[in-house]
Design a protein around this ligand. Structure first.
Ligand code: GDG
Length: 448
């Protein structure tokens, strides 16, 4: 088995596996004596000319740091003020500046340079996400002939959104240097093929291959899953604590999202407001818990969405709260994972209503955390990649407050038999297509 080298924006820290990606990859990394390369999170000092190797895991980890200008241009700038909005259908929020693209190219070249002395001929390299599109092309320029795969965690844009990028053809040049490109959903593969046809030269070949800028590239869909077993165990453990918390009585609806404008949080609040307006009998009977930890706060669009969210929550609470009841509880902090599992389990309704989303793992976690004998109901946006495989959720258009408010009512009123039927169909898919299935499917397509 050749050595697996994983490259992602953030490197997993600490000595215990936390995120699903680490759980999924640690076996392959351990068995192959693998290496994980990623950003240390450090961006305010003088940069180091070498990767920093860290111990304490069952595989090697090597971190790179960023200088303040690179952090600004590559991370906050091109990655999160150009690519993220363009890829989430929000070209109106893009901030294009020439130094952003230069910084993005420069950092990817630097990562390739830092990796070079540590690479072996028979490595297979798996690059993750939109911060690292040019990495394969930078490695190839330096003579790396190894197999290199890419997985995009976010949606791939339509031709119209692609053409809002500065120099869109370059995106396809970068992608042409990979051997395998993985997407979350069919929707993304279709957008890639159509955008490629309009912007670059893509020739479809047999069995999921295309010829792109003269290279043969495999393009496939691998919907990411969660560590289903781990999550179910956490949710069961959390149950005892729930009883002591005394949170129940009223029906709880839950939303869990980084406070990102792609997640549709204000739309969700407005639909909740509409539901209360139309159904005053629900006052003091339903409660909505929104957990929305901070993210990318240095970017203006994220400060704006925070203001909008907090303003709206304040207004709705002011309008409907009683002495004994607050309609929206909003938490702008990260809460511990085991607590999250318990909260999902207690909530009668899971609200996952993004305007655009690669997959959305919260949808899967919510289902995994339910009590199978008395499960809650998932409300899921058509625009989450998860909607392609989670057809037994209540699927909604998040832009339509009436439709969303209706679905909330339907979820609250749903009888036990229907809740069980929908839940068991969803759970089966989540267990079968968990994160280990995902990484094995990807790695076997990339080759041993
Ligand atoms: C990207 C794509 C794709 C959230 N709040 C807390 C917390 N979380 C955890 C959730 C979940 C994760 O963060 C969020 O995952 P999502 O999939 O919902 O969204 P993104 O962060 O945007 O991730 C997305 C994903 O990559 C994987 O490919 O699905 O489409 O955008 O696991 O549970 N965890 C804890 N406390 C919190 O307060 N502990």
């Amino acid at each position: 088995m050749s050595r697996l080298v994983v490259v992602s924006n953030r490197i997993p820290l600490g000595d215990s596996p936390s995120g699903g990606l680490v759980v999924a990859l640690q076996d392959a990394l351990r068995q192959s004596g693998g290496l994980w390369v990623g950003f240390s999170g450090d961006h305010d000092r003088k940069t180091s000319a070498e990767l920093t190797f860290q111990g304490g895991a069952s595989f090697q980890r090597a971190a790179f740091d960023l200088g303040p200008r690179d952090y600004e241009n590559y991370y906050l700038g091109f990655s999160n003020s150009v690519l993220w909005p363009a890829f989430h259908d929000r070209a109106d929020l893009m901030r294009i500046a020439p130094e952003y693209l230069d910084g993005y190219r420069h950092v990817n070249a630097r990562i390739a340079e830092l990796m070079l002395p540590h690479l072996r001929e028979d490595d297979r390299i798996w690059v993750h996400d939109y911060q690292l599109f040019p990495l394969a092309s930078e490695l190839r320029k330096r003579g790396v002939a190894a197999r290199i795969g890419f997985f995009l965690h976010i949606p791939f844009p339509s031709p119209a959104d692609c053409s809002t990028l500065p120099n869109p053809a370059e995106l396809f040049d970068w992608l042409s240097e990979y051997d395998l490109i993985g997407f979350q959903a069919e929707r993304d593969r279709a957008n890639f093929l159509e955008s490629g046809r309009q912007i670059a030269e893509i020739e479809p070949l047999e069995k999921g291959f295309v010829r792109l800028s003269g290279r043969k590239v495999q393009v496939r869909v691998f919907p990411i899953g969660i560590d289903a077993k781990g999550f179910i165990a956490d949710a069961c453990d959390a149950r005892e604590e729930d009883r002591m918390r005394g949170l129940t009585n009223s029906q709880m609806m839950i939303g869990v999202d980084r406070l990102d404008y792609s997640k549709g949080i204000p739309q969700r609040f407005r639909a909740f407001q509409l539901m209360l307006n139309n159904n005053p009998n629900l006052i003091e009977r339903v409660a909505f818990l929104q957990i929305a930890p901070p993210t990318r706060e240095e970017v203006t669009a994220y400060r704006d969405i925070r203001e909008e969210t907090e303003h709206l929550a304040g207004r709705i609470n002011g309008e409907f709260a009683t002495v004994n009841w607050t309609p929206i509880r909003y938490i702008h902090r990260t809460i511990p994972r085991y607590e999250l599992a318990g909260l999902y389990r207690q909530a009668r309704v899971g609200l996952v209503t993004p305007l655009a989303d690669g997959m959305n793992l919260v949808a899967k976690e919510y289902v995994a955390a339910q009590d199978v004998s008395d499960p809650g109901v998932l409300i899921l946006s058509h625009f989450a990649g998860a909607a392609e495989t989670m057809q037994d959720a209540l699927l909604i258009n998040p832009y339509d407050p009436g439709e969303l408010a209706e679905a909330m009512m339907q979820a609250i009123d749903m009888n036990l038999a229907e809740r069980r039927r929908r839940h068991s169909a969803l759970l089966e898919g989540i267990i079968r297509h968990d994160v280990n299935w995902w990484s094995s499917a990807y790695l076997s397509a990339l080759g041993k």
